[in-house]
Design a protein around this ligand. Structure first.
Ligand SMILES: Cc1cc2nc3c(=O)[nH]c(=O)nc-3n(C[C@H](O)[C@H](O)[C@H](O)COP(=O)(O)OP(=O)(O)OC[C@H]3O[C@@H](n4cnc5c(N)ncnc54)[C@H](O)[C@@H]3O)c2cc1C
Length: 277
C-alpha cells in the first residue's frame, strides 16, 4: 500500500541521521508492517538498511543480531559446535506465516518493534534471555532485557525517536537445550500460543509464554519444576487475552498443555544427558 502522506525517505548512514525521527517520521526496516495499513499521520521515513549493519555477528560471549537482519537471514543461521539451542531459531522464524516476500523483507528489529503478541522474534529473544541495545533519541544507549521490552499488545519501551539497534544472545543460552510449541486455530493462521523452554547447563529452567498473553511472560526456576508447580504458575498468569486468533480461556488451556509438554520434553533430555555423562 502507498503511504501517500510520506514526502521524504532519508537513508540513514550515521547515527545523527536519526535526529529526523519523531511522531510523524518513523524508522523503515522491511516495510512489511509499515506498508500494510494506511498511516495518514506519517510525513517521512528513515531507512535503517543504509546503515549496512552486518546481520549476524558471532562474538566470544554469544551472538549479535542486527535489528535489520531479516527473518530469512536468521533462519539460515549456521549451526556451530555446542549451540544446542540452534533449532529454536528456525522454529521461531517459521512461526511467522507470511509469503516468501514477507519472510525476505521482514526484520528481527521490525518484529520486536511492532510488538504484536504473536511476534515470533519476541518469543525467540525472550526465551533466550537476550539483551536489546536501544539507541535512545537523546544519543544515549540503553540495554534492555528482552523480557522487559514488550509492555502490551503493540506497545513497548521505545519512545518515538528511539531505534532498536541489535539483539545480543548470550553464549549460555545458545548452549542450552530448548523445546518449542506453537498452536494456531487454523493451519496457516496467526499463532494463538507460542511457548519455548530453556534448560541451561547449570540446570536453570525458563519457560516463556507468548502469543497467548498480552506481553511475554517468563517463568524461571533453579531446576526443572514438578508438573504441579509449573501448572500452578501458568494458571496464575493474569494477561491471557481474546482476539480473532483465540479466546483467553482457550489460550490459558493451551498454555497449560504446551507448558507441560515442554517441561516433560526437557526433563527427558536432561535424563538422556545424565545417562551419557
Ligand atoms: C502476510 C503477513 C503476515 C504477517 N504475520 C506476522 C506474524 O505472524 N507475527 C508478527 O509478529 N507479525 C506478522 N506480520 C507483521 C510484520 O510483517 C512483522 O512484524 C515484521 O517482522 C515487521 O518487520 P519489518 O522489518 O517489515 O518492519 P517495518 O514494517 O519496517 O516496521 C514496523 C514498525 O516497526 C518500526 N521499526 C522497524 N524497525 C525498527 C527499529 N530497528 N527500531 C525501532 N523501530 C523500528 C517501524 O517504524 C514500524 O513502526 C505479518 C505481516 C504480513 C504482511
Amino acid at each position: 500500500m502507498d503511504l501517500s502522506t510520506v514526502t521524504h525517505v532519508t537513508a540513514a548512514r550515521q547515527r545523527s541521521d536519526l535526529a529526523a525521527l519523531g511522531p510523524t517520521v518513523v524508522p523503515l526496516a522491511g516495510g512489511s508492517e509499515l506498508f500494510a495499513y494506511p498511516r495518514a499521520h506519517l510525513t517521512g521515513l528513515v531507512d535503517l538498511h543504509s546503515f549496512g549493519w552486518p546481520a549476524l555477528t558471532v562474538t566470544g560471549d554469544g551472538l549479535s543480531i542486527a535489528a535489520t537482519c531479516t527473518i530469512a537471514e536468521l533462519s539460515r543461521l549456521p549451526m556451530r559446535a555446542g549451540w544446542a539451542a540452534h533449532p529454536l531459531f528456525y522454529h521461531c522464524c517459521t512461526a511467522l506465516f507470511g509469503s516468501f516476500k514477507v519472510w525476505n523483507v521482514a526484520t528481527v528489529g521490525g518484529n520486536l518493534a511492532t510488538s504484536l503478541p504473536a511476534g515470533p522474534m519476541i518469543t525467540l529473544a525472550v526465551a533466550l534471555d537476550a539483551e536489546l541495545l536501544v539507541w535512545r533519541g537523546d544519543g544515549s544507549d540503553e540495554v534492555v532485557p528482552a523480557r522487559e521490552f514488550v509492555t502490551g499488545d503493540m506497545t513497548n519501551v521505545l519512545a518515538p525517536n528511539d531505534v532498536l539497534r541489535s539483539i545480543h544472545v548470550p553464549l549460555a543460552s545458545l548452549q542450552a537445550r530448548t523445546a518449542y510449541r506453537k498452536i494456531a486455530l487454523s493451519p496457516l493462521g496467526r499463532s494463538g500460543a507460542v511457548l519455548a523452554g530453556l534448560l541451561l547447563i547449570d540446570g536453570t529452567f525458563v519457560l516463556t509464554v507468548t502469543a497467548a498473553t498480552l506481553h511475554p511472560v517468563q517463568l524461571r526456576y533453579p531446576a526443572l519444576p514438578a508438573a504441579e508447580v509449573l501448572a500452578r504458575d501458568i494458571s496464575a498468569i493474569d494477561c491471557w487475552f481474546t482476539d480473532a486468533h483465540g479466546a483467553a480461556d482457550w489460550r490459558r488451556a493451551m498454555g497449560l498443555l504446551l507448558g507441560e509438554e515442554i517441561r516433560a520434553e526437557l526433563a527427558g533430555t536432561a535424563t538422556e544427558a545424565g545417562r551419557h555423562s
